[in-house]
Structure formats: structure tokens, C-alpha cells
Design a protein around this ligand. Structure first.
Ligand SMILES: Cc1cc2nc3c(=O)[nH]c(=O)nc-3n(C[C@H](O)[C@H](O)[C@H](O)COP(=O)(O)OP(=O)(O)OC[C@H]3O[C@@H](n4cnc5c(N)ncnc54)[C@H](O)[C@@H]3O)c2cc1C
Length: 468
């Protein structure tokens, strides 16, 4: 770190990390939110390398690769090579019990469907319906996309969430032709041996994702992080000769501090509140990013209490199955050392944009719902060894149609406010890796600005309203 840079990080809560947190209890290592990060885009892995932590990373146990989809009450494997919304291998699509004959015929007709000619955003549901038909949409893509975005796919923007797939359609004319070309060039090697998600591209830490945050915090100079310090208001100080001045950051305890640069790294709605007096337009745009909520019921159970085959990383549940859970993730299958010998961790996702009413249940009721659903789906019986409910209220930004235009408008507004930057998961990607990419870009800009404006002075100050 540049010794002349005086950095302060104000965090509202009692710990850093936001959505990233891990609990260790009774031999279980339980991620409360994110449990892995993607190595693409490379910003996260590059940061980890910079911190000297790369040799500690663990990879998913690929012998159990792949996800399943609930179909007529049973867990059916996602066809091998089907990742997110495209197939990279044909035979598994031909033989999968997830699709009927008409669904399969419609899927194989995809190569003859012309690409979209108009220059407009489509919803995920419109795109898949147009290219691959209703069965692929409802039985495969919708639950997989809902598992990631907990979203309403009729509103989810293709361009904002599946940009590379839109580009493939435009470049090759169809996803089938794209897959053939990428098979020849070797680009789809990870996809072809995955199902559901590209698990081979994800990593975690032996102590859970919190280990990343703890190591990052340790690298910061002592006294940088201020916990229990919610930022309440930002004020532009009077500048010299009528020019723009520094920023005064007002904290909830009625103290305040001055900085040259401020990075607002809080959830979009909180950022909206802080920005309203400075740019009503940016504030309203941020406010209009809808957020979804979900609860995770994490259960630690002896393997002997599960009667069905659970040799998978997890499963997703189509809405048409009329169940009260969105997905289940076998966290202890993904990464070794997460549970004591003979025990399994299952993280059950409840709520999301489509079933938010379920979140009105109390914690014991949510645990009961999870146990009942798992009883029917995987034959879970008996008392769990460990049970937790973690609620993530308004924590999942929904990238709806027109999202990219909205982000552009927000950024144009932010350009007008000198010395103030914005980072959050409501802008350029919800995953840890895209958020770190964005944070890296902002940090670079801030440093360049400080270097330009303060050539003659030393001791530049940056304030960060926290984030992961
Ligand atoms: C349940 C769940 C599972 C996920 N799983 C994965 C996964 O496996 N892999 C992956 O890549 N991504 C995953 N994600 C997404 C990813 O974890 C998040 O998008 C990302 O971590 C968000 O980072 P952030 O810094 O934008 O926001 P946050 O993590 O929300 O951080 C914002 C911080 O701002 C603080 N704050 C709020 N108000 C103020 C204020 N006034 N003053 C000061 N501080 C304030 C908050 O306390 C918080 O610490 C998951 C998300 C959720 C909800």
C-alpha cells in the first residue's frame, strides 16, 4: 500500500464482509452467504494472489460435479455439458428424462432459429422461449437461473446477466453453432465436463469465505477499519477559490471526518440515500434497482439420515414443482472439510423474487419447511445435528430489462460528482469476482486522480463506506 495514502473504512455492522461470513460450530464450517468465488473474471483470484493466499485455495471436489433439477418430485441430473442456458454436448440432451419428445425436438431445432435482428434487450424467458422452447425454459433454464439470481426470469435482462450468450447468438447465428465452433477451438472444455454451473471455475478457502475477508483485513494498516460506524451523510466542503473542496463524511455518532476521495461501497438502496442530496437522478436510478430477499436454512445432518442418492453439489427446483424451496446445496460435497466425518451440510434456499411470501415464516417454521421438503426430495429423517436460519433481506439485486442503460445513467451522473465513486453489486455483476473487478477499477481511478491533483502535497485521504 502507498505509505502516503491514508485510508479509512467505515462499516455499519460489527464485522467486515457484508454478504460474506462463515460460522464455525461443532466441527461444521458454515458459510452464511457466498460459499465460493469464480476465477473469471480474474480480479478475485488476482487479489488473492496479491495477498499471497493462492496456495490456500481449495477446489470443488469434481468427482461429485454437477447439479440436479427436481422433476416430478425426483432429483434428475442436469444433462452433462448443459451450463446455465446452453448445451455443449448433444447426447445428454437426447437422453435426459427432463424433456419430453416435443421438448427435445424443439431444443434440437435451435440451430435453425435466426438470431434476433433488432438491437434490443430481451428477458431471459423471452430469449430461451424463442430459441429453445418452453420445456427447456421451464424445466432447465428457469430453475438454474433462479438458483443464481433468485429472480423472475420474465424480467431478468439477458444483456445484463447473460451477455456472453447474447454475443454468441449474434456471432454464430445459434447456440448450437456456437457450441460446435467452441468445441473445435477447445474453449468449452470446462463447460463440457460440467453440468448446471462451471464448478471447475470456482474456488474457496479451507476456513470458508470469511478466511479471504480476514486475510484482506489483516493486510490493511492498523486503525483503517472502523466497525459500528454507519455513514449517515456526505457533505461537500467549501473549496479554495470557489472550487470543489474535500468531502466531509458524517457518521451516525455525530462525529465527522474529511477526505479527498470517498468510495460509496454500500448496497444500492443505502447508496441512494447517501447520494440523494448530491444527485437526485443517480439516487432515483439506484433506488429503482429491485432487490430480492432469501433465507438460507443450513442443516447439518448425519448421512445415514438421508435415504436417497445425493451424489451431487446441489439441486434447483422449478416453480412448476409447487415446492416451498428454491434450491438445496450440499456444501460439504462441494468442498472437503466442511463437516465432521459422516455428516452432511445442506443449505436450503427459500424465498427469492418469486416466493417472497414464505419469508414471513418464523425461523423455526422455515427449518420445519426445509426438513419437510428434504424429507420428500432426498428422504431426510430425524433431528438435524445443527440448524441455522440466515436471512438475507433485500440483498440480491435484480438485473431487470434495461439494467445496462440504467447503470450507464448512474455512471454519467457519478462522473459529474468529483471525488465520489460508487461500487456495489447492483451495477456490474452480482458475484464476488465482478464486484472486485469493479472495485479495482474504481481504486485505480481514485489513485490516478489523487496523483494528478496532489502532485505537490503528501498525505491523501480516502474514505470507504465499506463493502467486501
Ligand atoms: C445468500 C447469498 C449467496 C451468495 N453466494 C455467492 C457465491 O457463492 N459466489 C459469489 O461470487 N457471489 C455470491 N453471492 C453474491 C455476492 O456475495 C455479493 O453480491 C457480494 O459479496 C456483495 O458485495 P458488496 O460489497 O456489493 O455488498 P455487501 O456484501 O452487501 O456489503 C455492503 C456493506 O455495507 C455495509 N453498510 C450498509 N450501510 C452502511 C452505511 N450507512 N455505512 C457504512 N456501511 C454500511 C453493510 O453492513 C455491508 O457490510 C451471494 C449473495 C447472497 C445474498
Amino acid at each position: 500500500m502507498d505509505p502516503t495514502l491514508d485510508l479509512s473504512l467505515f462499516e455499519a455492522g460489527s464485522r467486515t464482509g457484508g454478504v460474506i461470513h462463515t460460522e464455525s460450530a461443532d466441527g461444521f464450517i458454515l458459510d452464511h452467504g457466498a460459499d465460493m468465488f469464480a476465477t473469471q473474471p480474474p480480479a478475485a483470484i488476482e487479489l488473492i494472489r496479491e495477498l499471497g493466499l493462492e496456495n490456500q485455495l481449495i477446489e470443488p471436489e469434481l468427482t461429485r460435479r454437477g447439479a440436479r433439477i427436481v422433476h416430478r418430485g425426483r432429483l434428475v441430473p442436469v444433462p452433462e455439458g448443459f451450463v446455465l442456458m446452453r448445451a455443449t454436448a448433444w447426447l445428454p440432451m437426447l437422453t435426459t428424462p427432463l424433456l419430453g419428445v416435443t421438448g427435445k425436438l424443439r431444443f434440437f431445432a435451435e440451430r435453425f432459429v435466426p438470431p434476433l435482428r433488432e438491437d434490443r434487450d430481451e428477458s431471459v424467458s423471452e430469449f430461451v422461449l424463442r430459441r429453445m422452447g418452453r420445456q427447456v425454459l421451464e424445466r432447465i433454464v428457469a430453475p438454474l437461473a433462479a438458483g443464481i439470481y433468485t429472480a423472475d426470469i420474465q424480467k431478468l435482462s439477458m444483456r445484463a446477466t447473460m451477455g456472453p450468450i447474447v454475443a454468441m447468438e449474434q456471432r454464430y447465428g445459434s447456440l448450437a453453432k456456437a457450441a460446435a465452433a467452441r468445441r473445435r477451438s477447445g474453449e468449452d472444455s470446462i463447460e463440457r465436463s460440467s453440468s448446471g454451473a462451471r464448478y471447475g471455475k470456482f474456488r474457496s478457502f479451507p476456513g470458508g469465505m470469511k478466511q479471504f475477508l480476514d486475510s484482506l483485513a489483516e493486510k490493511l494498516p492498523k486503525g483503517t477499519i472502523h466497525l459500528h460506524c454507519p455513514i449517515e451523510r456526505l457533505e461537500r466542503c467549501e473549496g479554495q477559490k470557489g472550487g470543489n473542496g474535500r468531502w466531509r463524511v458524517h457518521l451516525q455518532d455525530e462525529t465527522s471526518q474529511e477526505f479527498d476521495e470517498v468510495v460509496v461501497a454500500v448496497p444500492p438502496q443505502v447508496a441512494s440515500g447517501l447520494l440523494r442530496p448530491l444527485s437526485a437522478a443517480a439516487a432515483s436510478e439506484l433506488d429503482s434497482i429491485e432487490m430480492a430477499s432469501a433465507a438460507i436454512v443450513a442443516l447439518g445432518v448425519p448421512r445415514t439420515q438421508i435415504s436417497e442418492d445425493i451424489d451431487t453439489f446441489g439441486f434447483v427446483v422449478p416453480l412448476s414443482e409447487n415446492r416451498r424451496i428454491l434450491a438445496g446445496s450440499f456444501a460439504s460435497h462441494k468442498f472437503a472439510g466442511r463437516a465432521p466425518e459422516g455428516q452432511v451440510i445442506i443449505r436450503v434456499f427459500i424465498g427469492g423474487a418469486m416466493q417472497s411470501e414464505l419469508l414471513q415464516h418464523t425461523d423455526p417454521e422455515l427449518i420445519q419447511i426445509a426438513r419437510e421438503e428434504l424429507g420428500e426430495l432426498i428422504g431426510l429423517t430425524g433431528e438435524p445435528t445443527l440448524a441455522r436460519v440466515v436471512r438475507w433481506n433485500d440483498a440480491m439485486p435484480q438485473y431487470h430489462l434495461g439494467h445496462l442503460d440504467r447503470v450507464e445513467r448512474i455512471e454519467q451522473e457519478m462522473e459529474k460528482i468529483e471525488g465520489l465513486s460508487l461500487v456495489n453489486n447492483g451495477l456490474h455483476g452480482v458475484g464476488i469476482a465482478p464486484v472486485i473487478t469493479q472495485a479495482g477499477r474504481v481504486a485505480q481511478k481514485v489513485i490516478e486522480r489523487l496523483a494528478r491533483s496532489c502532485d505537490s502535497t503528501s498525505g491523501d485521504d480516502v474514505g470507504v463506506g465499506t463493502g467486501s
